[in-house]
Design a protein around this ligand. Sequence first.
Ligand code: HEC
Length: 425
Amino acid sequence: MLKKFLNKIDELSSLLRKPEVRSGQLYAVTALFDNPNKIIAAAETVADSGYKKFDVMTPYPMHGMDDAMRMRESKIGWVAFFAGLTGTTLAFLMMWWMAGVNYKNVIGGKPFFNLPPSVPIMFELTVLIGALTLVGFMIAIFNKLPFMSNPLQDTDFIKHCTSDMFGIYIEAADHKFNEEEVKKLFTLLGSNAVSSVYYPIIDEGKTKTPILDFKFMSILIITAVLTSLTTYLVINKLIYLAEPFTWMHHQPKVLPQSKSTFFQDGFGMRMPVEGTVARGYIPYQYKGMPDSLIKNLSNPLPFTKEIIEKGKKKFETFCSPCHGYYARGDSRLHGFFPAPPTLHSDKVRNWPDGNIYNVITNGQNNMPSYEKQVARDERWAIIHYIRVLQRSQNAPDTDFSSDTTKTTVKPDSTKTNSKADTTKK
Ligand code: HEC
């Protein structure tokens, strides 16, 4: 089977490589020159005489050839520009539709559709669509591929052009083409090797449009399927069957929510042993205690600039999405969560610190508990910061006296305005 297949490939490729038999149909008239100045002059004359379908072949790139051939600037740049622009626009519309219309998701209270995070996608799609379109255009339009059997192949002309001479040819398809005239022109220009190249006779059924060839397509599809299948089997199956890849997968363990035959009650997930505390976790000792006791909890942290700044950071991370940066209840959640009341109410201002601590720890009505996310000291730091915010919004007259540096009020949470002298310490 494989041998037959390889033979077939050999057969096909030899067919493509050596189109020995030539038909009577003229493809082009070619001419070889033995010096670069002559070929430049030839290119200029041919272009100026109005021939369009001609080309020059030299063994190495030659400066000034584009000008000599009167080549205009390639339109490929415009293709790239418009393809890229299409990519940018498509990505922009896609992001706007997905994030702003179809699947609105609150992410940290940011606007649904936002330009900066869309820029990478827009960039990617610009490059992707630009590149793919360019390749497609280059192949199909600019280079007119697939063109499997150029009639110039296997001619003396092309052999010299790739080693020691400079060639030019005019296609018979040119509107001005006349075999005798072209030959005369080339001879006049100083060529000593003018010849006519005829189309080769080839089995066009197989080579003209190989993409439509049944056998070619079958081989392509079989290869694709085999490759994908092998990849799939190796990555998804083999790795779970063969050691040592399976060691991690098959280790003795209980998955979350799964049952267990080891414990009598059949549960895989266990409660912590009674009376134990996780490392680094400071439990809330006042759970279920009467309000009067909670109120007496006082803030254990000093009222220093560093602590207030830490409180600010934590407040802006954990509280501000709902409460707003200034605790005014101006939530950034666009109504996806009930907006909380302002923390500048007389009620909260008069609350002792212990009360706020209690709300953060246990939650209150709609507000969930932040016990797990915010550590104990962070909660107290937040409370210091809330006091600063409250004072900033409700400053007593004494704050405006000329001698502000002397207002060193002791932090006392039971007073309406806890102090906010951040300049101290
Ligand atoms: C998910 C949104 C949300 C977050 C985040 C949040 N809160 Fe609240 N908060 C609320 C809501 C809603 C209420 C009102 C609850 C109610 O109806 O009693 C509230 C109430 C409060 C109250 C009581 C206000 C009053 O007048 O009764 C305090 C104090 C408070 N929050 C502090 C905080 C602090 C401090 C944080 C950060 C650790 C925080 N909240 C984070 C939604 C939130």
